[in-house]
Design a protein around this ligand. Sequence first.
Ligand code: ATP
Length: 381
Amino acid sequence: MATLELDSVTKVFQDGNDEIVAVDDVSASVDDGEFLVVVGPSGCGKSTMLRMIAGLESITSGTLSLADRVINDVKSQDRNIAMVFQSYALYPHMSVRENMSFGLEESTDIPDDEIQQMVSETGELLGISELLDRKPSELSGGQQQRVALGRAIVRDPEVFLMDEPLSNLDAKLRAQMRTELQRLQDDLGVTTIYVTHDQTEAMTMGDRIAILNDGRLQQISTPLECYHKPANKFVAGFLGEPSMNFFDVTLQDGVLRGDSFEYPISSDVQANLGDTTDLVLGIRPEDIELVESASGDHDFETVVDVIEPMGDENTVYLQFDPDAGEDAETLIASTDGFTRVPEGDEVIAQIPEDAIHIFDRATGDALHNRSLDDAETIDLE
Ligand code: ATP
C-alpha cells in the first residue's frame, strides 16, 4: 500500500508536426488505500494518465512518485502496480488458474505451491473457485471480469489501476460488480485509481473523484462536493443527469437579466460575485419546483413542451416563451414520477435562490454555489 503523487505531470504526443497535449500539468495526491475515480469525456486524457502511472507510457514532464520514491523511469514490471483493462486481456489458451498464476510465475521466485495457494485464496475471495480449471471462452462476461480482477489481486500490488473495467457488462451486472468492487477494495485497502466515463460509477464508487477535461484537472474532491460545489461550469455540467440548466445573464442593480427572465439576487449572493457582471446562472433540474401559481419574484411562467416519463421521475422540458419558436429558451425540470404535468400546459417554475449556482461567463469559474445549509441528515439515534 502506498501514496501516489503526481506533480505537474504532462504528456505531449507528437503527431507529425503537431503536438497533442494529452495530459496537461496535472498535480494530485492519492492517499494510501484511497479509491480515486478519474472521470471525464472521451479524449480528455484519462487513459493516458493511467498508462503513465502504469509505466506503459513515458512522462513528458513532471514527477510521479509512489511511497515517496520517484518512479518516472522505473520500468512497468518493477512498479508493483497491477492494471485491469476493459478488454480483460485474458490468455485464451490458458485456464483461469494459469491466467491468474502466470504473472507471478514469470516475475517472482515465489515457489509454485505458494502461488497455487494464493490463486486458490483469491479465487475464493472472488467466488470463482469452481471456475479455476475452465478456459476464458467457457466463462460469462462477469466471470471473465472477476478473473481479470483476480489476476491483479493475486499479485498483491501497491496500487490497482482500472481502466473502464465494467464497461463490457450489462447494466444489472455492472451495478452488482460496482458494489462488489467497492467492498473488495475496502477489504484489501489497496490504493486504487479507476478510470471511467460513467458518471454513476464516478459518483458512487470513489472516495474522491478527479474530473479531467482537455487534459487538465478540473476538480478533485468527494463526489458530493463536486456535485454540489462544482469548481467551474464544466464540472457542474458534467455531473448530473439531466444536466444542470445554464443561462447567460448580466448583473444590473442586483438583478440577473437573461434573455427570457429577470432574477433578483440577495446582497449575500451578490457579495460572492465581486465586480463580475457577465455571468452564467445554473440550476439543477431537481431543484426546480413546478407549481400552479406564482408567489414571488423567483417564479416564472413556462409552458410544458415535452415530458419524458422515467417511472420514478419525469424529465420535463419547459419553454419560457413558446411563441419564440426555435429560439425559445428551455428549462429542464425533474419531478416526481407520480406528478402529472400535461404537455402544452402552463406551469410556474420556481427557481429557489438557495439552490442556484453562478459562474463567471469568461472563465467558467464558479463564483457562487448552492447552499447546503438545509441539507437534512437522518438521525438514527
Ligand atoms: P476515451 O475515454 O475515449 O478512452 P481518454 O480520456 O482515455 O479517452 P486518451 O486515450 O488518454 O483519452 O487520449 C487523450 C488524447 O491524447 C486524445 O486526444 C488522443 O487522441 C491523444 N492520444 C492518445 N494516445 C496517443 C498516441 N499514442 N499518439 C497520439 N495521440 C494520442
